[in-house]
Design a protein around this ligand. Structure first.
Ligand code: BGC
Length: 810
């Protein structure tokens, strides 16, 4: 029997050509994002010399974080598998075999624990996120395990994700006792050790690197998606020369991070987060306050060396271009270098960071002695600071330093830019006011160290250009009876609740849909939304009853971990549809490539999968700033620096949206920088830090790539929920930045008592409340009837939803 509707996916279980192509892209992207932090010459390894492989992540390599950022792909290549596929002989097969048994036992015990905990809570997702799986410890390493090995590879892994921040404890931010024991044992055995970090963010390594003298190489993998094991083999064996760079500072000690003790749960107050460090986030803090990091932002080694030569600077009307000649100065390996340009500002106005990233570019693959001249564009806004008293972005008068290098700590002052007159380049509106004063770092420090400029440097005059507000035509107001338009203001109401991933009906495993109520009457198609950012999050397979055409659903638990916690029953007389999506590297790993062309290619691949499965909006990229290494979702995000984050997100957006049929949803707008109490925490922050650090990346993405949608965050900012903030959704995004797409809320933000107010979402310009529930409808209707929500607000939001539906599906 045939049914009127079509089903997403395919009845064929074998890997498609697309799957194979995307696997290759995932492998290339993963290898490109690996950062070489240390190498005394052990790497690359010699394929003919056996290796001893240990660590929880050896055979159980963590492909990504958990929660909505997880991808239900077909299978993953572990580091163990990757090295075996490459033909490397391993001396530690016995240890790995023993580990596998421990792993399976630990998984089974964990499953029981989550299922038990799920009985105690309303939403099973809360039980899942509160109890992340912890990889078990392996058996103690004995000398026989390394017999015949020329080197040791040790994989240190961590799992973190949505709903819970990382713990400042052994086994998470710190090494566990058993990791210490393993590494001490291996150090005593005297073989060269290659340490691989397979975690969503930093693990403190300072003491280990001081003590374990045989750790000859360290690689920051992050979490590399389904092809991670192959990519690691490519880099370890020298098939690919490492070319990744850190996108966050790795401190020597956790307490070296600004506001370290006050982050999230650490000060016992989850109701508010005071952003006292102001603009001094990441390297901005470490550089300005002279704190030595373990590994600086932008840092990453190669198997070869590069030399950089400043080759000139051109001043344009609203940007500056810097030419840098980059040579592969080695003799053995081809490689690629990321050239970074930082700007130091005059310190005559408000205190500023010592230097900020203002532009970057990556070379092509350069053979030994080959040269390439890169032109790096610096938008004038990278010279500006937000001046609250002037209510705008100001380029101050004075001398700016142009620093060229390959990390934030390895830069050379090459030129100076002279600005003769202070210029207000953009006027802004006051947004998100704080009702009390904030004792911000740096404010009392106006005598912040100004970079000294030696005599004899070339000086270029630059005259900043004031910019007017962008003009983009607003979507027309929706026509028709207002009552009929209201369903456009929340998602398609489905039965059952979930904080993620299972509210979509038409594409099983998608996160949600806009309403279908106006499809027949007004011809407004419902838009289908699926998560990211490491790929497309759908159910890997689902069944359809042949007689009725009904799709068999799964609950929240069934939608997690590829159905490991709750295996869906197999139905008779049913067809099975497969939706094999690709698990690409996580956001941080992708960002570590610093490769905008690759990000765009990745975006095109995402769009291809979206079109294959019928998804209209991808709920990614995740653009929150990595303010503190303990944020549970840092793995989804790109960087501690907004310019890098915004530039990379813009590239992904261009890729996804290239065909015009798919859209991104940049998220979480804004300041979703912690996971514990993410739905209630009030971020208290100055307007300057908000604009310069936490909003700037969104601004870059909106202005340069016109994303189709924005997802507002759960948290409050200076007392107001982001999805209820007219300042954010309307004044800033639309009036100041010219955003012409749709703003949707994060999932279930309107929970009673501890959430945003439905009608205030519409009034703020947060067009759609996701995933939508009957209370949202009732609240909006009563606010309209009572006069607190205007007809114009409803027509405006509805008009934007209609316009986007037309654009993507019209
Ligand atoms: C997450 C979002 C995600 C949404 C839908 C929420 O819990 O915060 O990032 O897009 O669920 O799955």
């Amino acid at each position: 029997m045939t049914h009127a509707r079509t089903y997403s996916g395919t009845l064929i279980q074998e890997p498609s050509l697309r799957e194979q192509e995307h696997s290759r892209l995932a492998r290339r992207a993963a290898a490109e994002g690996i950062v070489l932090l240390k190498n005394t010459g052990t790497l690359p390894l010699d394929l003919s010399a056996p290796v001893a492989l240990f660590g929880a992540g050896a055979s159980r390599t963590v492909k990504g974080g958990i929660g909505s950022g997880d991808v239900n792909n077909r299978s993953n290549v572990s580091i163990y598998q990757g090295l075996k596929d490459a033909g490397l002989r391993l001396t530690s097969e016995g240890w790995i075999e023993d580990y596998e048994a421990r792993y399976h036992a630990a998984r089974a015990a964990w499953k029981q624990k989550v299922l038990e905990a799920a009985k105690q809570v309303d939403n099973p997702f809360d039980a899942y996120s509160a109890n992340p799986f912890v990889l078990p410890q392996g058996r103690p390493i004995v000398p026989q395990d390394v017999q015949g090995a020329a080197a040791v590879v040790y994989v240190l892994s961590r799992i973190a994700g949505e709903g819970k921040d990382r713990r400042l404890e052994k086994g998470d931010y710190y090494l566990s006792d058993s990791e210490w024991n393993d590494l001490r044992t291996l150090d005593r055995l005297g073989l060269p050790i290659v340490l691989l970090l397979n975690a969503g963010g930093p693990v403190e390594l300072t003491d280990l690197l001081d003590v374990a003298v045989h750790i000859e190489a360290v690689l920051q993998l992050s979490q590399l998606g389904q092809e991670g094991g192959h990519a690691v083999a490519d880099v370890l064996l020298g098939k690919t020369t490492p070319e990744g760079k850190l996108t966050a500072t790795w401190a020597r000690r956790y307490t070296d991070y600004p506001c370290a003790e006050r982050f999230s749960y650490l000060d016992g107050d989850l109701e508010k987060a005071v952003y006292q460090e102001g603009i001094y986030v990441g390297y901005r803090y470490f550089d300005s306050f002279g704190v030595q990091p373990l590994f600086p932002f932008g840092y990453g080694l190669s198997y070869t060396d590069f030399s950089l030569r400043f080759a000139g600077l051109r001043v344009g009307s609203d940007a500056i271009e810097v030419d840098v000649e980059t040579e592969n100065a080695g003799i053995c390996f081809s490689g690629r270098e990321v050239v970074q340009v930082y700007i130091s500002c005059p310190q005559n106005g408000g205190a500023k960071e010592l230097r900020r990233l203002a532009g970057f570019a990556k070379t092509r693959l350069l053979a030994p002695e080959e040269c390439q001249t890169l032109t790096i564009r610096i938008p004038q806004k990278q010279l500006a600071a937000f001046a609250p008293q002037k209510q705008g972005w100001v380029v101050e008068q004075g001398l700016y330093g142009v620093w060229v290098g390959n990390s934030s700590a390895s830069v050379t002052l090459c030129a100076q830019i002279r600005v003769d007159a202070e210029t207000l380049i953009e006027r802004t509106h006051p947004i998100c006011p704080l009702d009390h004063s904030l004792d911000e770092l740096g404010a009392a420090n106006a005598a912040q160290k100004e970079a000294s400029h030696p005599a004899g440097l070339p000086v270029y005059g630059f005259c900043p250009q004031p910019q007017s507000l962008p003009e983009r035509p607003a979507a027309p107001l929706a026509e028709g009876p207002v009552e009929e338009l209201i369903p456009l203001l929340y998602g398609n109401i489905t039965k059952g609740t979930s904080t993620l991933g299972s509210a979509g009906v038409r594409v099983p495993g998608s996160a949600g849909e806009s309403t279908e109520e106006l499809e027949a009457s007004h011809g407004v198609p419902s838009l289908i939304m699926a998560d990211g950012p490491a790929g497309l999050r759908l159910r890997q397979s689902y069944q359809v009853d042949r007689a009725s055409g009904r799709v068999y659903g799964v609950g929240v638990l069934g939608s997690l971990e590829n159905g490991y916690l709750e295996t869906p029953p197999q139905h008779d007389n049913a067809d099975t549809y497969y939706q094999f999506c690709t698990a690409f590297p996580v956001g941080t790993a992708l960002a570590q490539t610093w490769d905008t062309a690759l990000m765009e290619e990745f975006g095109r691949a995402i769009a291809r999968e979206m079109e294959e499965f019928g998804v209209d909006l991808w709920l990614a990229p995740g653009m929150n700033i990595q303010r503190n290494p303990l944020c549970g979702r840092n793995f989804e995000y790109y960087a501690e620096d907004p310019f890098l984050s915004g530039t990379l997100a813009a590239a992904v957006t261009c890729g996804v949206q290239q065909s015009g049929r798919c859209g991104v949803t940049i998220k979480h707008f804004a300041c979703n920088n912690q996971e514990d109490n993410r739905m209630g925490v009030d971020v208290q922050i100055s307007q300057r830090a908000l604009r310069e650090i936490y909003l700037r990346g969104f601004e870059i993405a909106v202005k340069t790539a016109a994303p189709a949608a924005i997802m507002s965050s759960y948290n409050r900012i200076n007392g107001v929920y982001a999805s209820n903030s007219r300042d954010l959704c309307t004044v800033l995004a639309r009036q100041e930045w010219g955003f012409d797409g749709v703003i949707m809320s994060d999932w279930n933000t309107t929970v009673p008592d501890d959430g945003s107010t439905p009608w205030k979402c519409a009034a703020a310009g947060n067009d759609i409340i996701m995933p939508g529930n009957p209370d949202d409808d009732a609240d909006i209707r009563s606010a309209y009837a009572g006069g607190s929500l205007s007809e114009e607000d409803i027509r405006t939001c509805a008009g934007r939803v209609m316009a986007l539906a037309k654009k993507l599906r019209g």
